[in-house]
Write a protein that binds this ligand. Sequence first.
Ligand code: AMP
Length: 287
Amino acid sequence: MEIIKDISGIKDRLSNEKKAGHNIGLVPTMGYLHEGHLNLIKKAVENNDVVVVSIFVNPTQFGPEEDYEEYPRDLDRDARLAKKTGVDYIFSPEPDEMYFADHSTFVQVEELTDRLCGAFREGHFRGVATVVSKLFNIIMPDKAYFGQKDFQQFVILKRMVRDLNIPVAMERIPTVREEDGLAVSSRNKYLSERGRETAAVLYKSLKKARSLIKKGENDPEKIKNKIEAMIQKHDLTEIEYIEIVDPETLKSREEIRDKVVIALAVYVEETRLIDNIYLDREEIPHA
Ligand code: AMP
């Protein structure tokens, strides 16, 4: 495995790989790798000749009040885990390698970016879409792997790829969870012991919602109220949003039918956590 920090270096290596007829899988990350990332990497290793993991804490997707400086970083540890999992190249550029000082072009996906997290994190998805399109142009992967945990991100990037005719297959991989159901995240390390215990209520409330829907409840307000009540019982939590949306448009659903995603963002102590579940047709009884 090689760690490459410059754009020309990774392009050289990959152009040789392509000449050798190898197809390329890309897993974009911000590093501090955990089981969620490693699961994406495993899928990429299974299905591609060559796997590139990008590790880049992307400044343009953090708001001024967000945790860009504090975001955890540990390239040596990441490299060990990546190597063990079968990665061929880590692409880990510094910000000034990725962005010219006078960088002035951004990728803006309309509407989808206004909903859910986008309503609270201005400019976040513009930063994500911009950096991922840059990574696609640099790496030119055949397949790219993303987690269900960031469902809105996946929907936005998939739309971007379609709208801009980017020749990459987009793969969505299920959320990896801790034993108590909490979605694995680099940000979980910010939680105190009590915060960490509290955080399990997010997935617990989503599971409860799933079981109510399976039993025939089809009023989104009732479901949202139930989730809210479960979370609010814990004094360390502050709900940002709970939404039940169409998985393609991300618009709120008036009634639970067909397929839906239930998504939420909740502060536990100072840490903003997100989670979601996808219910497909088979799980929703028809009225
Ligand atoms: P990040 O490093 O947080 O930007 O995440 C990089 C990729 O890993 C994104 O596609 C995330 O959706 C994915 N990811 C993060 N956490 C998980 C998880 N618990 N399960 C599955 N995928 C995840």
